[in-house]
Structure formats: structure tokens, C-alpha cells
Design a protein around this ligand. Structure first.
Ligand SMILES: NC(=O)c1ccc[n+]([C@@H]2O[C@H](COP(=O)([O-])OP(=O)(O)OC[C@H]3O[C@@H](n4cnc5c(N)ncnc54)[C@H](O)[C@@H]3O)[C@@H](O)[C@H]2O)c1
Length: 451
């Protein structure tokens, strides 16, 4: 049985490890799988959680939980911090993070290079390395490949295979679905690398050949991911521009957007929202410029992508300024609850969540703050646990930020004079009408006309 080792067991690596462990042909498992984490507090915590079914709770996805639990019961899920696991691997899939340094406006390549260095000090002859991390275009071919080559030469190893294949997984209720049966884009160091990666992906995900798209350079796969995420971040920033205009002139932006969506070519136009969070959209649009500066060393500007990140970074505070102008008296010193603090629905991921800016805003207004989010449970930013559902009636201000599945039946009975701020389209239309018609309540629904 071939051995697959996954480096990094975060949101991408955990799912990748689970899919590899669950791959079957003729009802027999295909691979021995081990996940390797960093020897750090976070890494050790992840490894310990994997031994129970706790790890699967990073998302509220029944399909993933069921899949993970069954594989765990069959002893298919193995995690470790031991780098020697790389030594006898036939395939190594890299899912570790490559971060952006927002202060120095550059990608933290040195840290990422260390991850690949660790692998290359162990990997055996003819091993296949598949890099799934999002990287500045050119990183794999210009930096990682020569590094691996150099280290292998010292160890007398002649051959290895190398591909980049970015990931599209979406943490949330469709975590499992977003990985199963989706296209895989691969860029290879050579034809042989592409051929064996294609075979491995077909086996892991039971994919047909037409679902695997090949590029004969790794830089094209890297670029594909960066364009994809820059496109999304730019579209979000574009709507924010119009949100401000519509708010200032009391125009119903969301109704306007619904009209635009009726045109087939515009059906996926974005909605307004409280901000862009998460690990990817906040940094990926800056990877084009970083690639030009740090890898290809050719001056090249990305004015739209850069501006999009700037607009998106300011979005939360811009919206809160408007709210302050409108509801100052209703907020000062009040009891406030934030509902949903992760950066997107149905996950516990709070990296760069707009909830942080919202939290700071209400703190500055002298409010007594709690949050309610059963998936996040403990929020490091506020250093506190989620409030209990039982006492939700006792607040003055309700700030809705994320629409978790959990929130479908909250049915909160608001006190007289409460202020309801729906900053991310969490409250359904029926409930919204009820709130709007209740003269005892004050409310604000992002993107909608103020009544
Ligand atoms: N989160 C997403 O939705 C998503 C989607 C598509 C692509 N990506 C990309 O995939 C990559 C991983 O993202 P993520 O969200 O899973 O990140 P993450 O931070 O959740 O996970 C990365 C893990 O790698 C571990 N790690 C770092 N260095 C290591 C080392 N030397 N050895 C072993 N483990 C190590 C970290 O401890 C961490 O747990 C990133 O490049 C990201 O941009 C993420």
C-alpha cells in the first residue's frame, strides 16, 4: 500500500488527510495516510484533537463529520509531529500555510521555505511532492524546486516528482462537498510528475480524467488561484463602493442588486457585507505584487487588487462610523451581544474576522459585550466563551454578523427599545418585516433602505 503524508493539518490539510484515508477501490482502502503537524502548541493541540472526533467540529457539516468519524473508528486517521514520517512516503501533500506580512507588505517566504526544507531532508527517491498551499506565482519553480534538488543531491538522491495543485475547499456546511468531485488543477515540473499526480488524484477523489486540468508549469496553477481570489475580493470591494453611495442617499441597494441578478451574465453579483475576513481573501490579492517583487524581480503593479484589499480592510470601520452617526445614543454604554463571530458561516475559523473590528468599536463606546457563537465556543480575541442561548433576551443591542445554521431558530424575544443591527443578511425576510413594523424596536439592515 502506498504511503501518503500530509504536511499541515489546518482547514485544508485535515480534509485532505481524511479524503486520502477514505480513498477506496473494490471496497479496499488504497493508502496508508499520516498527517504531520508542527511541533508547536497549536500543532500538538491539533494532533491530540484528531485522535478524538473533536477535529471534525471545525465546521458544522454533517457529511464531513460522518465521514471523519467512520474513518477514525476504522483507525484510518493518524497524526503525528514526527518528521521521520516523510522518509518512507511515496507521496507528500503540502498543506502548510504561507503567510503575508502586512507591515512589510511581503510574503513570509523564509518561513514557508523551512517547511519544504524539512521535507527535502527526509524524502526518498522517486517521491512525489504535491504543493497545495496558496503561493505567489513562481515560488514552486524558482525557489522550492531548486531547494529540493540541492538537498537531494547532497543525499545522493537523483529523482523526485513535483506538482502544484491549489485547493478550493470552502469551510462550512459544504466542507465535504466542496472537496468531493470538484475539478483539480495541476501544474507540473515535468510530464511524469503530471501523470502520477493525475493518477493519485483520480484515486483519492474517484475523479474522471476530464475533471483534472493540467498545466505544464507550476506557476500557472499558482497564478490560477491568485486570480480566482483576487477576482472575488475585487468584486466585494466594488459593491462596498455602491453600498456607501446607497446608504448616504437612502437607496435600496439589495433590491437593486436583485434586479441586476436577473440578467444571466450578472447572476453572481456580490451582496453588501460587514467585511472580508478569513485567511485567503485578505492576503491572496497581494500575492501578485509580492511575486513580482520577491520572485520574478520585475516591477509590476496590481492597482485593482491592491485597492480592493484596501477598501475591504476599511469596510468594517466605515460601516460602523455610519452606525455611530445614526444610533450613537442607543449604543453608548449599552449591553451588546454579537451573534456569530467567525469570518464565515458554519465554521469556527476566526482569522481576520470582521467581528474583531466590531468588538473594538462597541468596547470604545463603553458597552458591556458578550458574543453568541456555539461553533467558535471560545473566542481568543475576547478571551471568553460563547454566551448561553438561555439569556439572549436580556440585551439592548443585537449585532448579527454571521448566518450559522444554528441561528435558524433563535426566536429571540427582544426587549422594548432594543436596537437590532443586521450587518450581514442574517435575519430572514419575514422576521425583518416583523422587526421593521415593530415601533418599539430600532433597526438597521445592511444594504437596505432605512425606514
Ligand atoms: N482555509 C481555506 O479555506 C483555504 C482554502 C483554499 C486554500 N487555502 C490555502 O491552503 C493553505 C493552508 O490553509 P489552512 O487554512 O489550512 O491553514 P491553517 O493555518 O489552518 O493550517 C496550516 C497548518 O500547517 C501547520 N504547519 C505549518 N508549518 C508546518 C510544518 N513545518 N510542518 C507541519 N505542519 C506545519 C500549521 O501548524 C497549521 O496547523 C494556505 O496556503 C491557504 O492559503 C486555504
Amino acid at each position: 500500500m502506498k504511503k501518503i503524508v500530509i504536511q499541515g493539518l489546518g482547514y485544508v490539510g485535515l480534509a485532505m488527510m481524511t479524503f486520502c484515508a477514505g480513498a477506496k477501490k473494490n471496497n479496499k482502502y488504497l493508502f496508508n495516510v499520516v498527517g504531520v503537524e508542527k511541533n508547536s502548541n497549536k500543532g500538538l493541540k491539533i494532533v491530540n484533537r484528531i485522535k478524538t472526533n473533536e477535529a471534525a467540529k471545525i465546521v458544522d457539516d454533517r457529511n464531513f463529520f460522518k465521514f471523519f468519524k467512520k474513518l477514525n473508528k476504522d483507525n484510518r486517521i493518524n497524526a503525528s509531529i514526527n518528521k521521520n514520517e516523510y522518509s518512507d512516503a511515496d507521496v507528500i501533500i503540502v498543506c502548510s500555510n504561507c503567510d503575508f506580512d502586512f507591515t512589510n507588505n511581503s510574503v513570509k517566504l523564509e518561513e514557508y521555505i523551512k517547511n519544504i526544507n524539512e521535507i527535502s531532508l527526509h524524502l526518498k527517491e522517486n517521491c512525489l511532492v504535491i504543493i497545495q498551499s496558496t503561493l505567489p506565482p513562481g515560488t514552486t519553480s524558482n525557489i522550492l524546486q531548486p531547494l529540493i534538488q540541492k538537498n537531494l543531491k547532497k543525499r545522493g538522491i537523483k529523482n523526485f516528482y513535483l506538482c502544484h495543485s491549489f485547493e478550493r475547499i470552502t469551510p462550512g456546511k459544504d466542507y465535504y462537498k466542496s472537496m468531493k468531485n470538484v475539478e483539480r488543477i495541476i501544474g507540473g515540473k515535468n510530464k511524469q510528475s503530471l501523470k502520477i499526480t493525475k493518477k493519485i488524484f483520480k484515486d483519492i477523489f474517484s475523479l474522471t480524467s476530464n475533471k483534472i486540468i493540467e498545466f505544464n508549469t507550476t506557476s500557472e496553477s499558482e497564478t490560477c488561484k491568485i486570480i480566482e481570489n483576487s477576482y472575488r475580493a475585487t468584486n466585494i470591494a466594488f459593491i462596498e463602493e455602491w453600498r456607501k453611495f446607497c446608504f448616504a442617499n437612502n437607496l435600496d441597494l439589495e433590491k437593486i442588486l436583485d434586479c441586476i441578478r436577473m440578467r444571466k451574465t450578472h447572476s453572481n453579483i456580490m451582496r453588501s457585507g460587514i467585511g472580508v475576513g478569513g485567511y485567503c481573501l485578505t492576503k491572496d490579492p497581494l500575492f501578485g505584487q509580492a511575486s513580482s517583487k520577491q520572485i520574478f524581480k520585475k516591477k509590476f503593479n496590481f492597482p485593482l487588487s491592491t485597492k480592493a484589499v484596501e477598501v475591504n480592510q476599511l469596510m468594517t470601520s466605515d460601516i460602523l462610523k455610519e452606525i455611530k452617526q445614526k444610533f450613537n445614543k442607543n449604543i453608548l454604554g449599552k449591553k451588546v451581544i454579537l451573534i456569530g463571530v467567525s469570518y464565515r458561516e458554519d465554521t469556527n475559523d476566526t482569522r481576520f474576522t470582521p467581528a474583531e473590528g466590531v468588538y473594538d468599536f462597541f468596547k470604545k463606546m463603553g458597552c458591556k459585550l458578550e458574543f453568541y457563537d456555539p461553533i467558535v465556543d471560545f473566542w481568543e480575541y475576547s478571551r471568553s466563551n460563547s454566551f448561553m442561548k438561555k439569556g439572549l433576551e436580556n440585551f439592548d443591542v443585537y449585532v448579527y454578523l454571521i448566518k450559522h445554521q444554528f441561528f435558524k431558530r433563535l426566536n429571540i424575544k427582544y426587549k422594548k427599545k432594543s436596537l437590532i443591527l443586521d450587518l450581514n443578511h442574517v435575519i430572514n425576510k419575514k422576521e425583518r418585516i416583523k422587526i421593521n413594523n415593530n415601533r418599539n424596536l430600532n433597526s438597521y439592515f445592511i444594504g437596505s433602505k432605512q425606514i
